[in-house]
Structures are given as structure tokens and as C-alpha cells.
Design a protein around this ligand. Structure first.
Ligand code: IPM
Ligand code: MG
Length: 361
């Protein structure tokens, strides 16, 4: 297969971890006989420094022509970086929101998996974590509060800020369909999360999800209020298979779920549109405090590359090979510092990339 991949190394540890993901993808290409080309483009802080804006039309156009986009991470230290002195629409994060919207990436998949080898890192009590867990958070990514009308004003000398949460049934239906499709490939359970006891948008969400579920008789659907879900994630995470939710709830719950695994450096993500196209990035941020030190964990980015192989290119064998390599290397006791535990061998970012690439044979 001939694959044209656009890379956004981004800021902070982004360039280091993307380099290791490319290394692993190149090895996959060699072993399985694919032709992969990589084109780097700037976004976020790196784009601000080069062009004065976090996302250029050219970056969008290059990304649109690609078969898929692989991203590192964007953004810097929000207190000390000069990027955060800029108006909000010119900061690094605006680039990320802009590309999500421009590429219509409405479906965000965030797996949260407790790896057996890393169960020590799980902050939950043993009796809860021993069951293990493997859930997929499906977050709507181009609607809701993030993209609703917002403004700040003054009324009679009183400052006032407004953000609006809007969803139409089409936006809900398309993410729900993706959620049920993914559940069909997993344990066939969808937990739809909303705040239907308060919000109109949530009441519509619930209705449309119910309608979609009629087409998936094999999938068990349950509705859960978001505050309860936040609690259940730490009380009994094993109950979840697919969590389907709107943009803001998904932002918050996916951070919680990743913390519960204890190893955010391991968690991948995919953002998909209604074709096979997707943008793949680790669930973690740009970690500016450790950038350039060679100690970042590249595994989340490498697992994101595996998701790219699976969801954009239908290369399931190749994706399995990358995921198996990660499991094997963990079994052999290699760890980056963020997941280090006693008796294991600590390696840096590059070494971890080398080990994983060598493991693909
Ligand atoms: C995420 C991040 C972004 C979001 C920020 C950086 C705008 O937190 O991808 O979860 O809120 O969507
Ligand atoms: Mg977030």
C-alpha cells in the first residue's frame, strides 16, 4: 500500500515522540511491504513562531491531501510561554480546534486501557484494579460548548461572559453511529453519558442515541448522567466498554479515565471524519518541562500510529504487530521514566523507539 502521511510534530516533546513513531512506521512499511511517505507541517506554537498564527491555510490544505495525519502535541507552559500572552484565537490550542473543525473530525476515540504489566501504576485500590479494564471513550469533537457562540461583554458596568452549548440531531446521530459501530467490534456495550436531568441538549442527545440504538439490537445501551459517570470511573471502571459523550464531558472524562490507568504516556487517540481519514495523536500534552531531555514516553504516539494503521488504512495485522510489540517490550521489563517500577530497565525516548521497531519482525 502507498501511504501519504502528514506529520505535525508540534511543540514540547512532540518532535521527539513523533520521530519514534515514524521509526516504528518505517519498520512496519519495510516488514509488510508498504510505501510510506512523511511530510512535516507546523501547527500550534511552532507555527506561531514561524508564521504568527497557530494554523495556516497551507497546513490545512496539506493535511487534507494526506491519507492520514499523525500529530505529536501542541502548546507550552501557559504561565511562562509568550504564546499565552496572545489573544485566545492566536494561541496554540486554537490551531488544534481549527484543524479539528477544518477536517470535520467529529469523532474522537480515546482508549483507556489498564495494561497488566503496568497495573502497579493504577492509583485505584487493588480490589478495583485487579479486574483490569479496557474502555473506549467516544467524544464528539466539533460541536457543543467548544464551537458555540461565545462573547464577553459588559452590562451596566458588570462584566459578563457567554458560552453556548448547541447540538443538532445530525451531529448527535453521526457520533452515535460511530460509537455503536465501534461497540460492535468490542464487547457490545454503549454507555451514553449526558446531563439529561438539566440540559435540553442532553435530552435531545438521549433521544437520538435511543433512535440509533434501534439499528444495533446486539449492543446493550445504557444512559448515565455525567456526574455519576465521573464517580463510576473510579468506583468500577471495568463496567465500561464504549462511553459515548459530547465534547466537553468527553474532554473531562477522558482525562479522568487516563489518570485511572496511571499511565497517560501510554494512551493513544484518533479523531475521525465520516471517511477513512483521521488525525492521530497521543492523549497526553506537550510536557514542556521535559522537552528535549530525551526521556519522554513515545508509546502513546506509537499506539496512535497503530490506530492509524487500523482505522484509516484497514491494516489490522500491522496494527496488531505494533500493539504486540508494545506488550512484549513491557513484558521484557523496559520502561520510560514515567512508568518505571522496581526491577525494570529504564530507557529513554529514542531507545524505546528502537526497541519497539526491532520488535516488529
Ligand atoms: C484535549 C485538550 C484540548 C481540548 C485543548 C488543548 C484545547 O484538552 O484534546 O483534550 O480541550 O479538546
Ligand atoms: Mg483535554
Amino acid at each position: 500500500m502507498k501511504l501519504n502521511i502528514v506529520c505535525i510534530p508540534g511543540d514540547g516533546i512532540g518532535p521527539e515522540i513523533v520521530a519514534e513513531a515514524k521509526k516504528v512506521l518505517n519498520k512496519v512499511a519495510k516488514v509488510y511491504g508498504h510505501e510510506m511517505s512523511f511530510t512535516d507541517v507546523l501547527m500550534g506554537g511552532a507555527s506561531i513562531d514561524a508564521y504568527g498564527v497557530p494554523l495556516t491555510e497551507e497546513t490545512i490544505a496539506t493535511a487534507k491531501e494526506a491519507d492520514a495525519v499523525l500529530m505529536g502535541s501542541i502548546g507550552g507552559n501557559t504561565v511562562t510561554s509568550p504564546w499565552y500572552k496572545l489573544p485566545p484565537n492566536l494561541r496554540p490550542e486554537a490551531g488544534l480546534l481549527g484543524i479539528r473543525k477544518a477536517l470535520n473530525l467529529f469523532a474522537n476515540l480515546r482508549p483507556a486501557v489498564l495494561y497488566e504489566e503496568l497495573s502497579e501504576a493504577c492509583p485505584l485500590k487493588k480490589e478495583i484494579s485487579s479486574a483490569g479494564f479496557d474502555m473506549m471513550i467516544m467524544r464528539e469533537l466539533t460541536g457543543g460548548l467548544y464551537f458555540g457562540e461565545r462573547y464577553t461583554t459588559q452590562e451596566n458596568g458588570i462584566r459578563k461572559a457567554v458560552d453556548t452549548l448547541t447540538y443538532d440531531e445530525k451531529e448527535i446521530r453521526r457520533i452515535a453511529i460511530k460509537g455503536f459501530d465501534i461497540a460492535m467490534k468490542r464487547r457490545k456495550k454503549v454507555t451514553s453519558v449526558d446531563k439529561a436531568n438539566v440540559l435540553d441538549s442532553s435530552r435531545l442527545w438521549r433521544k437520538v442515541v435511543d433512535e440509533v440504538s434501534a439499528d444495533y439490537p446486539e449492543v446493550t445501551l445504557e444512559h448515565m448522567l455525567v456526574d455519576n459517570c465521573a464517580m463510576q470511573l473510579v468506583r468500577d471502571p471495568a463496567q465500561f466498554d464504549v462511553i459515548l459523550t459530547e465534547n466537553m464531558f468527553g474532554d473531562i472524562l477522558s482525562d479522568e479515565a487516563s489518570m485511572v490507568t496511571g499511565s497517560i504516556g501510554m494512551l493513544a487517540s484518533a479523531s475521525l471524519n465520516d471517511t477513512k481519514f483521521g488525525l492521530y495523536e497521543p492523549s497526553h500534552g506537550s510536557a514542556p518541562d521535559i522537552a528535549g531531555k530525551g526521556i519522554a514516553n513515545p508509546i502513546a504516539t506509537i499506539l496512535s500510529a497503530a490506530m492509524m494503521l487500523r482505522y484509516s488504512f484497514d491494516l489490522d495485522w500491522e496494527a496488531d504487530a505494533v500493539e504486540d510489540a508494545v506488550r512484549n517490550i513491557l513484558k521484557k521489563g523496559y520502561r520510560t521514566v514515567d512508568i518505571m517500577s522496581e526491577g525494570c530497565s529504564q530507557v529513554g525516548c529514542k531507545e524505546m523507539g528502537d526497541l519497539l521497531a526491532d520488535e516488529i519482525k
